[in-house]
Design a protein around this ligand. Structure first.
Ligand SMILES: C[S@@+](CC[C@H](N)C(=O)[O-])C[C@H]1O[C@@H](n2cnc3c(N)ncnc32)[C@H](O)[C@@H]1O
Length: 340
């Protein structure tokens, strides 16, 4: 079983980062000996995340024999009064997404008849307000999903806390992923005070508000979805910001010519952001940075795409990482590219 072997002094800090990124295996118990702590990793752990933690702490990724942890699943099974095959329980637990006080679950097809029992158990187990099941993939130009109400209070609106910020949203009318919290932190750490930034596909302002919370930058937060725009305005008011977030409800193509040239452009629409690359490159100042996202199997695909569109301008790849797995072999990739 792959694990992180760390001296005790650093183990808790490392554990917290792994936990936040859903990188600790729930099937095994953390172990210690006199000198070291062994933290079990999930099977598909992200090597980039491990590398980024290595820049702060020294540790080893190694194999270790762990004893199986029944604890978490056991609680959940207890709430289900043993109605469901215990082998399936861990898969359900792993599918939880918690957005504010809403738990989103994936109910496997063969457990459809048990969905209300499962949802009641999830409600007790997580002590949140509402439980919804995913009813569609993320779809359409606005990247939204349909949900089915299962348990607790029927209310799709919630306030999600992330990096000391509060985000109000309706999970069915706007896009929001709590799994991007670390990615947002990474972007914030790159930004310098005084930057002019455009987020082409800003949703409820999740990247812009994270940036403005910590940095004195000006961020144009553009989204085509009127609901996303409505929540961006509310979220600006909900948080104390050092910088300025300017919400705009428009197709980026229609509004770009009215915006100033940018030091940085964010493009987190990984399925189709490539169609907007020429507009973005043309709108970056000399030496400006593109934080570009694409679903791809390797880093070369997004990097070569930017290189081709930027030609004859020189590009410099500052950073690249796999944000999360999209489907087998395909990653939600991030590349940070300076365009000279
Ligand atoms: C994947 S979501 C990302 C939202 C946000 N960046 C985040 O990470 O939470 C993409 C967003 O782009 C918006 N969008 C799609 N096409 C657009 C366009 N042509 N102009 C502006 N926004 C667009 C959608 O409404 C959606 O909110």
């Amino acid at each position: 079983m792959k694990c992180i072997k760390s001296i005790k002094k650093n183990a808790n800090d490392i554990r917290k980062i792994l936990l936040k990124n859903n990188h600790i295996s729930r099937d095994y118990k953390l172990m210690t000996d006199e000198k070291y702590v062994y933290i079990p990793l999930i099977d598909e752990y992200d090597e980039n995340l491990i590398d980024s933690i290595k820049t702060q702490y020294s540790f080893e990724v190694t194999n270790h024999n762990f004893t199986q942890s029944q604890h978490r699943a056991r609680n959940f099974i207890d709430y289900l009064d043993n109605k469901i095959d215990p082998e399936k329980i861990n898969d359900i637990v792993k599918s939880f997404d918690i957005i504010g006080d809403i738990v989103v679950v994936e109910i496997p097809d063969d457990l459809e008849d048990e969905k209300y029992n499962i949802a009641e158990a999830v409600l007790k187990f997580t002590k949140r307000r509402s439980v919804y099941a995913k009813k569609s993939k993320i779809q359409g130009i606005m990247r939204t999903r349909q949900f089915e109400y299962l348990a607790g209070e029927e209310n799709l609106e919630t306030i999600h806390k992330e990096n000391g910020i509060r985000f109000k949203l309706d999970i069915s009318t706007v896009y929001f992923s709590p799994r991007l919290a670390t990615e947002r932190e990474r972007i914030v750490s790159q930004v310098e005070d005084g930057e002019i930034i455009i987020d082409f596909f800003a949703g409820i302002g999740s990247f812009p508000i994270n940036i403005a919370h910590k940095k004195n930058a000006t961020i144009y937060s553009v989204d085509i979805n009127p609901e996303a725009y409505k929540y961006t305005k509310e979220n600006i008011k909900l948080n104390k910001l050092k910088g300025e977030v300017i919400p705009i409800n428009s197709d980026i193509n229609k509004v770009i010519d009215t915006l100033p040239k940018a030091d940085r452009i964010l493009m987190n629409l990984p399925g189709t952001s490539k169609d907007f690359l020429d507009v973005a490159v043309n709108h970056l100042k000399k030496g400006g940075i593109l934080n570009y996202y694409e679903f791809a199997a390797d880093y070369e695909t997004p990097i070569n795409r930017v290189k081709k569109i930027a030609h004859p301008r020189e590009i410099e790849v500052i950073n690249k990482r796999k944000v999360k797995s999209q489907s087998p072999g395909i990653w939600h990739m991030a590349v940070d590219i300076k365009i000279n």
